[in-house]
Design a protein around this ligand. Sequence first.
Ligand SMILES: Cc1cc2nc3c(=O)[nH]c(=O)nc-3n(C[C@H](O)[C@H](O)[C@H](O)COP(=O)(O)OP(=O)(O)OC[C@H]3O[C@@H](n4cnc5c(N)ncnc54)[C@H](O)[C@@H]3O)c2cc1C
Length: 100
Amino acid sequence: MGFDAHIDAGAIRQVRGAAAALVPGLTNAEIVETWMGFRPQSADGFPVIGPSPVEGLIVATGYFTKGLDLAPVTAELVADPVCDDRLDPLVRRFGPDRFA
Ligand SMILES: Cc1cc2nc3c(=O)[nH]c(=O)nc-3n(C[C@H](O)[C@H](O)[C@H](O)COP(=O)(O)OP(=O)(O)OC[C@H]3O[C@@H](n4cnc5c(N)ncnc54)[C@H](O)[C@@H]3O)c2cc1C
């Protein structure tokens, strides 16, 4: 939670152990690089998708752990207002205005 960007040695051990269980040849593999990323989440836990109060700015964010899985459907939903000035009714309940 929050903006703590430190890299957790325990988590690295856990991932490494899981990888080695699947692929035993990785047991002694050298760790060349470590990396962390944030998983931003909205206040109600659902993505924020749709036109913002700034004209021409359409947002698609707050996906927490599902941003990759939901990228294709998000691209379609966001293309509607960008290309056709149309908004899928599904998007209305995810709009940024729900926090107004
Ligand atoms: C370790 C990890 C594992 C994950 N696994 C999965 C998974 O298996 N399946 C899944 O669906 N999702 C997964 N996710 C979540 C997924 O990565 C995110 O939901 C998704 O990347 C969010 O996309 P985004 O475009 O909203 O934000 P991001 O991908 O974070 O993109 C935001 C971009 O904005 C840039 N940026 C930030 N601030 C500024 C600024 N001031 N100026 C200019 N640029 C800026 C950043 O550098 C970044 O490139 C995982 C996340 C993490 C961290």
